[in-house]
Design a binder for this molecule. Structure first.
Ligand code: C2E
Ligand code: MG
Ligand code: MG
Ligand code: MG
Length: 275
């Protein structure tokens, strides 16, 4: 009986794999053209200071307007972009686009806004990452202080001297560095104090499914950040209850559907940036 079940699941699994790899091939070819065809767009999700209820920053989140499949979320194509190395030119585009958008919003009178950009491990493997970022900031005439770069714990586990050196250079320039999805990786805590970072971003899994254990972990991360003199932001905040809990624990920075979903630039302007 057990054999029968495993036999079935094998067939099911392999059929699924076939369609997946078909999708991959299909997407891989299309993704090569996506940048040139201007099919990539950035959405922006507000980051809120719950104490002042003000939007203090935005996270740039990549979307792909596929010509026939419609809006493709990043989970569907970023792994592929990383495998193929396409994430490097795509990541450079994201950085420039996000900086240019922030500059426009600064010029419209919202000079206090920050922009958070996600970077792939593959980008840290490039030895010119620092100079690309520095050059982009200069070209767009944006001060480094308003750029936040998000990296995951995987970056740190995989960290080579190059990654660490680049992080140091970026931080010295004044850029803010945040660890995304914090609490889900396997990096050792002792390591944190030696890392050139400014902020921990509590992973949404702890916020969304807030049982007693998750609440304990969330409290611990907030305390850890405070003790290490790091900023802390919670992502995936969906309810007022979650926001109040975080606020009571002195985590004032938040991001999530409770405040806003990621929106295109025009929607951000009409909803949040009109005087
Ligand atoms: P992330 O950086 O951790 O981004 C947070 C994800 O959570 C986003 O998904 C966002 O839309 C979603 N989210 C925000 N608030 C809520 C909420 O209240 N509830 C729930 N359930 N989800 C929420 P998204 O946009 O699909 O992005 C997924 C991941 O793709 C990102 O995770 C990031 O790792 C990656 N990504 C997105 N844009 C880029 C990019 O430009 N470059 C790179 N390298 N990676 C990117
Ligand atoms: Mg992020
Ligand atoms: Mg995250
Ligand atoms: Mg993530």
């Amino acid at each position: 009986k057990a054999k029968e079940i495993s036999g079935n699941s094998y067939h099911f699994f392999s059929a699924e794999m076939d369609t997946r790899s078909f999708e991959n091939v299909k997407y891989e070819n299309a993704l090569y053209k996506a940048l040139d065809n201007e099919e990539l767009v950035l959405y922006y999700q507000p980051q809120i200071n719950y104490h002042t209820k003000q939007v203090v920053g935005l996270e740039a989140l990549l979307r792909w307007h596929h010509p026939t499949d419609g809006l493709v979320p990043p989970d569907k194509f970023i792994p592929l972009a990383e495998e193929t190395g396409l994430i490097v030119p795509i990541g450079e585009w994201v950085l420039k686009e996000a900086c240019q958008q922030l500059k426009k919003w600064h010029e419209k009178g919202y000079a206090h806004l920050n922009m958070a950009v996600n970077l792939s491990v593959r980008q840290y493997e490039q030895d010119n990452l620092f100079s690309i970022i520095k050059q982009t900031l200069e070209e767009v005439q944006l001060s480094p202080q308003c750029l936040h770069l998000e990296l995951t714990e995987n970056h740190i586990i995989k960290n080579t001297d190059l990654t660490l050196q680049t992080m140091k250079q970026l931080k010295e320039l004044g850029i803010q560095i945040a660890i995304d999805d914090f609490g889900t990786g396997y990096s050792s805590l002792g390591y944190l104090k030696n890392l050139p970072i400014n902020m921990l971003k509590i992973d949404k899994s702890f916020i969304q499914d807030m049982t007693v254990d998750e609440a304990a972990i969330t409290k611990t991360i907030i305390m850890l950040a405070h003790n290490l003199k790091l900023d802390v932001i919670a992502e995936g905040v969906e309810t007022q209850e979650q926001a109040e809990f975080l606020y009571a624990q002195s985590c004032h920075l938040m991001q999530g559907y409770y405040f806003s979903k990621p929106l295109c630039a025009e929607e951000i302007e009409t909803k949040y940036l009109h005087k």
